[in-house]
Design a protein. Structure first.
Length: 337
């Protein structure tokens, strides 16, 4: 088994929430149906523009990655352009940008501002429309997919991000092949951890679908990548708050994880005052504990549920209780390797 230990000590990630608004109502959205309609303003954006280089310098970062998050980030694309243009003027940081969009609209010349673009399409029309709908309850495939194809033309390395739910697990092979035939070369199937409908039978079906894809993967060409097969088994470093990743909410507050955003008990500072060292230490002390039921598992150091305590809490109500869905997903990944 190949062991990979990643070193992110000289790379920082800033996930900037540019809006909480979204024009779609996806059935599996972990942010819920009633999203607040708030946007990052220019006053806070200016503070972020000052904050990022300061933190990068303090951490001795070689690379600064900025991901623009929502809601649907293109609803506030003006602020994205503003931040990117300003940060690129700073010659002391090596900036790389990324964003995921639901493709409800096509942003002209997006490649001038976004280095790594992901589009969210779940599969063919039937699969996509079953979960991704407008606020009127109508399917969104006929809106989004034509724009996704346009993004593919302007951004050839665009990543196709698909959410796999219990209802679409048995259609994964069909949907992956659909995207490949449409010209997408980078496909990321992501298991919906938040759906309570998963069971052993559905995971068996999902495994069968993935094995079917794997059997032909080598014949698809070296330029085709499907993330779940390219994943390397590696020990997961302990999550350290304030070390290499920062969630910046629309109000400028800092959080350790996207699923913890908005939870005041996990806020560890803001772009005005910087990090609250006492709160950082308090949160990092939480990360020192173990997930009791997983102790003794030979994959303990390789598993998401033994590292991502905030998502554990979101899924199970406790930081230190394992998520059955994540556990099953991790075992599935290892089986595939």
């Amino acid at each position: 088994m190949e062991i990979i230990k990643e070193d992110l000590s000289r790379e920082l990630l800033f996930n900037i929430w540019v809006t909480t608004a979204c024009n779609y109502v996806c059935s599996y959205c972990y942010e819920g149906d009633q999203k607040p309609q708030n946007c990052l303003d220019y006053i806070t954006a200016d503070k972020i523009i000052q904050f990022i280089p300061r933190i990068a310098k303090d951490h001795g970062a070689d690379i600064v990655r900025v991901n623009f998050h929502g809601g649907e980030p293109t609803l506030n694309f003006g602020i994205i352009k503003y931040i990117v243009v300003a940060l690129r003027k700073n010659k002391n940081i090596n900036l790389r940008t990324s964003m995921t969009t639901n493709c409800f609209m096509f942003v002209q010349k997006i490649e001038q501002y976004i280095d790594e673009l992901s589009v969210s399409i779940d599969g063919n029309k039937d699969t996509h429309d079953s979960n991704r709908k407008t606020k009127k309850g109508e399917g969104t495939f006929d809106i989004s997919f034509p724009n996704a194809l346009r993004y593919l033309e302007s951004h050839p390395r665009v990543n196709l991000n698909m959410v796999v739910t219990p209802s679409s697990a048995c259609e994964l092979y069909e949907n992956v092949m659909f995207f490949i035939h449409k010209g997408f070369k980078h496909i990321s199937p992501n298991i919906d951890y938040f759906d309570s409908g998963w069971n052993d039978e559905l995971f068996a079906s999902l495994y069968s679908q993935l094995k079917k894809i794997k059997e032909i993967y080598g014949q698809l060409g070296k330029d085709i990548s499907i993330s779940i097969f390219d994943w390397r088994i590696g020990k997961k470093e302990r999550c350290v708050v304030g070390k290499d990743h920062f969630q910046i909410y629309i109000d400028g507050n800092l959080y350790p994880c996207s699923v913890a955003v908005g939870e005041q008990k996990y806020c560890f500072g803001n772009v005005d005052d910087g990090m609250d060292k006492k709160k950082v230490d308090e949160l990092n002390n939480l990360m020192e504990n173990v997930v009791p039921e997983c102790v003794g598992c030979r994959f303990y150091s390789y598993c998401t549920t033994c590292r991502c305590y905030f998502i554990n809490e979101k899924l199970t109500g406790s930081m230190y209780q394992a998520s059955g869905v994540i556990c099953a997903t991790e075992h599935l990944r290892i089986q595939l390797k």
